[in-house]
Design a protein around this ligand. Sequence first.
Ligand code: C2O
Ligand code: CU
Ligand code: CU
Length: 535
Amino acid sequence: MVITRRTFLGRSSLLAATLASGKERWLKAMAHAVPTMPVALDVTTLAQFVDPLPIPEIAQSEGQRPSPADPKRNVPFYRIQAQAIATKVHRDLPPTRFWSFGTSTPGPTFEARSGEPLLVEWVNGLPNDHFLPIDHTIHGAEQDKPAVRTVVHLHGAKTGPEGDGYPEDWIVPGKSSLYYYPNQQEAAMLWYHDHALGINRLNVYAGLFGAFFIRDGVEEALPLPKGKYEVPLILCDRFLTREGQLLYLVSPDPKSPWVPEIFGNAILVNGKLFPYLEVEPRRYRFRILNASNARFYHLSFSNDAPFHQIGTDQGLLPAPVPLTEVEIAPGERADLVIDFSEHRGAQLVLMNQAFVVMQFRVAPGKADETSSLPTALRPIPKIPESQAATTRLLTLDEYVNKADNPVLLLLNASHWKYPVTEKPVLGSTEIWSFVNPTDDSHPIHLHLVRFQILDRQPYEPWLFQLKRELHFLGPPKPPDSSEAGWKDTVRANPRTVTRIIVPFEGFTGRYVWHCHILEHEDNEMMRPYEVIAAP
Ligand code: C2O
Ligand code: CU
Ligand code: CU
């Protein structure tokens, strides 16, 4: 199928300062296409490791409010405002304009306990005009919609539908919404981010996201690194101009500036470019979040230092997995333990393939080691396939124009506005099979639930296209041991059928599932689904 809603220029490479990868053809094409484009920052001219790694502050409650679930009970109340800020991403760059929750991006980190609910009033304190290019041909972002809209979703949370941040539940500047988070779930690193229909990619790119930890007794009973030895590393790439300002690239068509993916020339960690962290020669736990719009990270240390992955999106793995490289798609989290005692006095550089991310300066001498790496972490009973009441075959569809450039992406060939077709029954388990005929890996995320990956199997896309028959080209592959825990986002790889098994628990109501490449999500790679009560 060929759609010519937009026309794009072909590939070209004009920009020297971009981070090369097959997926970055867009950046190059776009840079070529826009004659008035501001000059890109050449990050290779910047001094590395001159800024200490910032740690986002911990969100502080402003007292107690009655719980909407049980008005006799008071729960902590937080008030977080989305606002415009200017902050330095590097010592030698002027302050960058961002939109953030609170005074920094990433916004404040929530520390919550499993079973202890809390309330957040999310305030839209943003200006009335957007500083990034809205595409009014995109669903939900039409001319008649206010330019600046926000709605906050807590990614990975088991939350009622009224507090989940449905993409159409956006509010305009001057308004706020009060969301209730029950936190009835196991310890995990969640994250909150904007989810406004049709401009989500721009709002998140502007800086509207932060971390949200849920703790529990099982995790705390383990001798893992804690306190200052547990550090969040929130990664996002941004395209910076020479003046240090955010640039969101556009297509050559001024009426529809949407681009299928955006990749930056700068990788920020907790909001800084090339930061360093001084560490003691002992174990540290790093909670890594990929908050990028489209970039997949392949992280490793410059000296190939080994580390262990102990957790994934929805918490601890059954056992630590030894690795030298970890892959993290947009939306995914990785929980790592690295032992710096083997690197006393050394400087380790965290790399994303060939590109420098940050530096760890390991002190010489000896440190007090209070942690250890347990051989078993948290049992994860495998859900038997026989438990599934339904299996759904769901396609991931990319539509291209004559120049072979994507112009629209859909799930199951359905637009956002089509009637809801996925209606799992509360308390039931389903298998969702993602059939991906495209050349891209799409990180597919379901709200509300956690799931397990069953397998991935290569198939013949053309035969499926013609006859809707699945012809497999190899045996099913079980998930990597580093993703063999509870997940909420799964990489559905190219020309592969990826199967997940999902218990639908918690609440009935309207939720969404979508690709977490935010450009895809905004251009309709998102669908509602509805958990219904058992008949
Ligand atoms: Cu982070 Cu709807 O997702
Ligand atoms: Cu989510
Ligand atoms: Cu996608």
